[in-house]
Design a protein around this ligand. Sequence first.
Ligand code: FDA
Length: 359
Amino acid sequence: MIVSSGGLAWWKQYSGLSELRITQRYHRQSRLCPRPNEPLSLIGATGGPRIQIMLTRSVLIYLSRQEGLKDFAARFRLFKRLTTRFVAGETIEEAIAAIRELNAEGCSASFDHLNESVANPAEAEEEVKEYLQILRRIDETGINSNVSIKLTQFGLELDQDLAYKNARAVVVEAARRGNFVRVDMEASNVTQKTIDIFKRLRAEFELNDVGIVLQSYLRRTYADAQELIKLPARIRICKGAYNEPPEVAFPDKKDTDENYVRVMQLLLSSGIYHGIATHDPKMIDATLEFSRREGIPKAAFEFQMLYGVRRDLQRQLAKDGYNMRVYVPYGKHWYPYFMRRLAERPANIWFVLKNMLKG
Ligand code: FDA
């Protein structure tokens, strides 16, 4: 890709590099269409040695943890505009507007206020207030949505009991309003703590008040699913979005996918209402095929996808009469979430960089 003079200008200004090239191999058929999961290669020259950064999934996940880069990236109006593909806005009202549109297309939603790993109890308390307000606004507006929470957002890395109490306050309010709280799953250093807190909540609240997420890339997940459905518990199965070592997670995507199908079959056979969260046509087809073969009704489970990802599939599944829930993230702390979405599909960053560098 040739960098325009406008693109070079910002590189000179912000990085000191005098040359930047973005390379990627292309489909044989079309030079315009990069392979979906191929790493990008950035080559920069400072006049001295050339530096080359492979934008692999792990590099992007590393960058997602560098919050400081958000300010740098956010200087570019275009970058900010591109985030709106995956993030519904910065305020509850913007998320409500996005959810109204989804509802009109036959999809339900799940609110996600973006703010991971809070730094102190006061910040965690603010998150609780935000979620109480979301639950109130869902009732006031009549939109079809539940909420998803992250325990690090409620202080899990500060104090496990604090995270439990904060999550509990949200579940109390959701249960009172007849709504539902999904506890997202984060990196593997908090998997057990997340399951422990969920079990405490589940012991106190009903099946339809609170549910959890499991990730098929983790080796432990099939056993966790077997244990949790005995509670019983409502589970969202997804592949997993963090960078994990091979001791805990399958390094090979093929194993993650096989495990996904095994867990999906276990969940669908349990008679409990679960969430099948994926954009992968192979996982979706496996779910459709298994449910038809086993005579599991469409109403017995839901598909779930992320805001802005495979909107065509979202609409199609809803049109075909399947329950389709879209996870709608919003908030000022969009940077780590946005970078993880790029990591899932490095071709997205090609799109972002190409637009930024056009100047
Ligand atoms: P995979 O990554 O194999 O992608 C399959 C295909 O889907 C791609 O080839 C592409 O066509 C499309 N696609 C996927 N991601 C895309 C993107 N960003 N942009 C464009 N196209 C894309 N993770 C986690 O660790 N904890 C959690 O709690 C959750 N919660 C959650 C909720 C919901 C509703 C969803 C859909 C996902 C999550 N995730 C998650 C994220 C999940 O773990 C995973 O990272 C993504 O869903 C991507 O995996 P896929 O199953 O889509 O397959």
